[in-house]
Design a protein around this ligand. Structure first.
Ligand SMILES: *Cc1c(COP(=O)(O)O)cnc(C)c1O
Ligand code: SF4
Length: 383
């Protein structure tokens, strides 16, 4: 179904063709004006961010934007605001020191058994909050074939690597032949168990998940896909059909969300997103705390708010619909969880339940390193 708000009236064949969407991406204020009347700030930001940050929107994703409401969660993810250029004292290109951890170009080996392999710097749309905001779309971070080979050789030479995460940019901007080549090379390495692809295509251009692509992925199992829905409005019938194609090809699909101020940082939105994801048989995996990236301060939510959202979901939502709330640091990922465990009493391990009651679980203490002792306020009463 072609949405009714498409300015250029494509045929249904064109609308179903991901390359048509790639060619017809919005990249100028003039093109955006076919869809909506930009606010003065959006208009100024499009001009002012030129040459600083990449910008493009696929017609499919643009069709989800609210033409009237500038606070629309879809619009906020893809239309720039002048806040991106505020001096925020951060300006970090690489807050996780990923480049420092790159033994070869675009390969990040920060965890012993896993590597993140940035196979391309291209994306179909450029999200305003992107972790790699200054790198995506840049020629400097593109990979030539010999550079890809060099990264593959590194993986082959390191038997401890059993999990290869293909990321970018967006790996699914590559064509089937290149994806097939990459997966074939990686599969030829004995110690590589699982291959994961991190892609936002099911969200921003679900037409990309073609039967041909699924056939390629299916040849190289186990291949997992982690996608990146941030808002329930993104859970369209077309996205659902793309996910169904992946699942039918035997690809387990997970989701990583970024907590974004004014976009999804409230319990109602996050609950609707998680419920909608599992309805599509997507497993919510991580909820990322937005990182200190220059140009994204206006989208960052206090960690306390994220913890409150998680506390509200815990115990009131299907267990596997609840993602883990994570902060990525130069020293690895840290789960941002409330401490449920209080410590030891003579009776066992004391904890605060998600409903706020105290529970003491009778449990033997280990000889070394028992939890610190706590005195409970209501100890001895009706616990
Ligand atoms: C997040 C990340 C991974 C994957 O971590 P998981 O917790 O296994 O999903 C791998 N490499 C790098 C550099 C990462 O940042
Ligand atoms: S799709 Fe991913 S890598 Fe590309 S701009 Fe969006 S967040 Fe960044």
């Amino acid at each position: 179904m072609i949405p009714s708000n498409i300015p250029s009236s494509p045929s249904s064949e064109q609308w179903a063709d991901w390359r048509w969407h790639m060619r017809h991406r919005i990249r100028s204020e003039e093109a955006l004006r076919d869809w909506l009347e930009p606010t003065a700030d959006e208009s100024a930001a499009i001009e002012a961010t030129k040459g600083v940050f990449q910008w493009s929107i696929t017609p499919y994703y643009a069709s989800l934007m609210d033409p009237v409401d500038p606070t629309c969660a879809i619009r906020r993810q893809v239309v720039p605001l002048t806040d991106e250029l505020l001096p925020d004292g951060i300006g970090l290109e690489d807050p996780l020191e990923e480049v420092a951890n790159s033994p070869v170009k675009n390969l990040i080996h920060n965890y012993g058994d896993r590597v993140a392999f940035c196979v391309t710097s291209q994306c179909a749309i450029y999200c305003r909050y992107c972790l790699r905001k200054r790198m995506v779309g840049e020629a400097e971070f593109m990979m030539r074939k010999d550079e890809l080979r060099e990264a593959i050789a590194y993986i082959a030479a390191h038997p401890e690597i059993r999990d290869v995460l293909l990321t970018g940019g967006d790996p699914l901007t590559l064509g089937e032949a290149n994806i097939d080549w990459l997966l074939t090379e990686l599969r030829a390495i004995d110690h590589v168990d699982i291959i994961r692809i991190g892609s936002r295509m099911p969200v921003k251009l679900p037409q990309r998940i073609t039967p041909e692509l699924c056939a390629v992925l299916e040849k190289h199992h186990p291949v997992w896909v982690n996608t990146h829905f941030n808002h329930p409005k993104e859970l369209t019938a077309e996205a659902g059909a793309a996910i169904d194609r992946l699942l039918r090809a035997g690809v387990p699909v997970g989701n990583q969300t970024v907590l974004l101020k004014g976009i999804n940082d409230d319990v109602g939105t996050m609950r609707a997103l998680c419920e909608g994801l599992v309805r599509m048989r997507i497993r919510p995996y991580y909820l990322y705390q937005a990182q200190l990236i220059g140009g994204t301060e206006h989208l960052r939510t206090p960690i306390e708010i994220g913890m409150r959202i998680m506390a509200a979901l815990q115990g009131t939502l299907t267990g596997f619909a609840i993602p883990r709330y994570i902060l990525d640091t130069p020293y690895g990922k840290v789960p941002l969880t409330r401490d449920y465990i209080l410590g030891r009493t003579p009776e066992g391990v004391a904890m605060k339940t998600t409903r706020g009651e105290i529970w003491v679980e009778a449990n033997p203490a280990p000889e070394d390193g028992a939890l610190p002792e706590v005195t409970l306020p209501f100890f001895g009463s009706a616990l």
